[in-house]
Design a protein around this ligand. Structure first.
Ligand code: NAD
Length: 372
């Protein structure tokens, strides 16, 4: 059976690149990578979950176009996004004699994409890199747009750079080996796009998301294409987040606080935090009279339909109280001159950025959420 092949262009002048989306792209990866190379060799960094599953297919796909591949494997998990593994990666790339004109490949989920992208941004003051995202989250979000980072003890993604990839290869076939939990966490970022800027996408997801979660390849391709197109449109308008790009952070200020509160551990995955955060952002918007009371209920109903974590009470174990969570939200990168910028909404598909949010209302929503 043939499946559609989609492309999304990210038009950023001399930093423009294409996102290729399809089924079985890994085995033909050389077709897209070869034209970018100055010599037929790439350095691939992956993690110890993705490597054993998919590195052989990638190697074969590159080799079919005469490209040699060396690789380095990092431990999987959020804790890898730290100085120690950044150093290890950069030193390995230098050992491999990666030069200015060479191509580094980030082959994994958002953790590998963020860390390897940052390594590429700093190595020899910047080498080019290809994103081959293997998680749903990475295919729809983290591999696109050029944000790269590692975490600090002070918070997530606080050390990083803007560095656009030269190509993104999103092969939905590899999503088949994700755990259900990781797949659904990635879906948190998919649904975010509908919620922040496209009610028609949210309508489509209400009907089609259960089908794509069950494994439908064409619907997976369509969801990745739609998400990437939305992200590309926003990044083209505001590459370095001086305005509109902040909309992509819908649910993230709450989500990052919950991730910090759970120690960036398995208790709460990033995409799960985003989903709960989106529900909270809609709840606060509704209490402020910005959107209807039905909107947060519709969001929560869809997340529950998908079997996702929806409420703060779905997180196991103890959490800080509302004041504690508010303090963690204050650590967010979206704080400017001491004021927290919120992404609020006028309804599904209609998010906006504002600092004009009464923190007592936020605190009340958090208190209620913690008590339920
Ligand atoms: P991840 O990289 O930890 O991947 C999740 C898990 O899935 C890992 O255990 C990984 O080994 C495994 N995995 C990945 N692909 C697989 C596959 N095909 N089969 C089986 N297992 C597979 O995390 P993630 O959810 O992909 O990404 C989260 C990270 O992305 C966070 O650090 C977040 O901050 C970052 N992020 C960055 C941006 C950005 O714009 N740069 C945007 C959103 C999120």
């Amino acid at each position: 059976m043939t499946h559609p092949h989609e492309t999304v262009d990210v038009a950023l002048g001399e930093r423009s690149y294409r996102i290729e989306i399809g089924n079985g792209l890994l085995g033909k990866s050389g077709e897209w990578v070869a034209p970018l190379l100055t010599r037929p060799k790439v350095a691939v960094v992956t993690d110890d979950t993705v490597g054993p599953l998919h590195l052989g297919t990638l190697r074969a796909g590159l080799s079919a176009s005469g490209i040699e591949m060396v690789h380095h494997t990092l431990p999987s998990g959020e804790a890898t996004k730290c100085w120690e593994y950044l150093t290890e990666t950069v030193e390995w790339l230098l050992e491999q004699k990666v030069e200015r004109g060479d191509m580094v490949v980030a082959f994994g989920g958002g953790v590998i994409g963020d860390l390897v992208g940052f390594a590429a941004a700093t190595l020899r003051r910047g080498v080019r890199f290809v994103q081959i995202p293997t998680s749903l989250l990475a295919q729809v979000d983290s591999s696109v747009g050029g944000k790269t980072a590692i975490n600090s003890t002070h918070g997530k993604n606080l050390i990083g750079a803007f560095h656009q990839p030269s190509l993104v290869l999103a092969d939905v076939a590899v999503l088949g080996t994700l755990t259900e939990r990781d797949f659904l966490a990635g879906y948190g970022e998919v649904v975010k796009y509908g919620l922040l800027g496209d009610a028609a996408f949210f309508d489509w997801l209400e009907v089609n998301a259960p089908i794509l979660a069950a494994g439908d390849i064409d619907k997976r391709i369509e969801a990745v294409r739609w998400s990437c197109q939305m992200k590309a449109d926003i990044v083209e308008r505001d590459e370095t987040e001086k305005g509109d790009r902040a909309l992509l952070n819908l649910g993230h200020t709450f989500g990052h606080a919950l991730e910090a509160a759970t120690g960036y551990s398995d208790r709460l995955l990033h995409g799960e935090g985003v989903a709960i955060g989106c529900a909270l952002a809609f709840e606060v918007s509704s209490r402020l009279g910005l959107c209807s009371q039905e909107a947060p209920s519709r969001v929560r109903a869809h997340l529950k339909d998908m079997g996702m974590k929806t409420d703060v009470s779905d997180i196991e174990g103890n959490l800080p109280d509302a004041n504690g969570l508010l303090a963690l939200m204050g650590q967010d990168k979206k704080v400017t001159q001491g004021t927290l910028n919120y992404i609020m909404t006028r309804g599904i598909g209609d998010a906006f950025v504002t600092s004009d949010v009464d923190s007592d209302v936020v605190k009340a929503v958090l208190s209620d959420a913690l008590a339920s």
